[in-house]
Design a protein around this ligand. Sequence first.
Ligand SMILES: Cc1cc2nc3c(=O)[nH]c(=O)nc-3n(C[C@H](O)[C@H](O)[C@H](O)COP(=O)(O)O)c2cc1C
Length: 162
Amino acid sequence: MPAEILVVCYSRTGKTRTLAQELAARLKADFREIIDAKDRAGMINYVLAGRDAAKELRTDISGADCDTAAYKIIVAGTPVWAWNMTPAVRTWLENNKGKLSKAAFFTSAASSGHERTLCRMEEVSGVKACCSESFSDAEHKKPQELAAKLDAFAQRIRQELQ
Ligand SMILES: Cc1cc2nc3c(=O)[nH]c(=O)nc-3n(C[C@H](O)[C@H](O)[C@H](O)COP(=O)(O)O)c2cc1C
């Protein structure tokens, strides 16, 4: 049976990818990782990445070019950069504007910028999220609590299938 849910994310250092893959496993969803053509590694690129996100720039992406209309729900996750979404996720959401019937969004951040980023994701995609969740980096150090939070988020998403 084809999957009803697609989980997409961009991840620079793996945290958002881990969250997205854990959600996809719980939801029996397809998973695609958005790849940013720009090299984001290293200190200088860190600064430039924050600047690109703050300026709300697009970037060249690959890896998650799929038929979003084939899914009932799209789950999109982004790291928070400079209190905003990453250029890769911005580009993906802009490219799919008007094509997402139902969407759930999540953010991964050291500490701050979740709410602002989730609002921006709704603006950019043109979809009000049916549900959303935010994860902080510190939560990865408490695997049992993180798993319970992922379970609850997945459950809320699953309910939106009905
Ligand atoms: C360029 C840049 C800007 C960031 N800006 C923020 C921020 O505004 N607020 C915050 O709490 N964390 C910020 N972070 C930390 C990341 O959001 C956080 O570590 C996230 O979980 C990383 O996800 P990833 O491992 O999937 O790349 C920033 C990280 C980078 C690289």
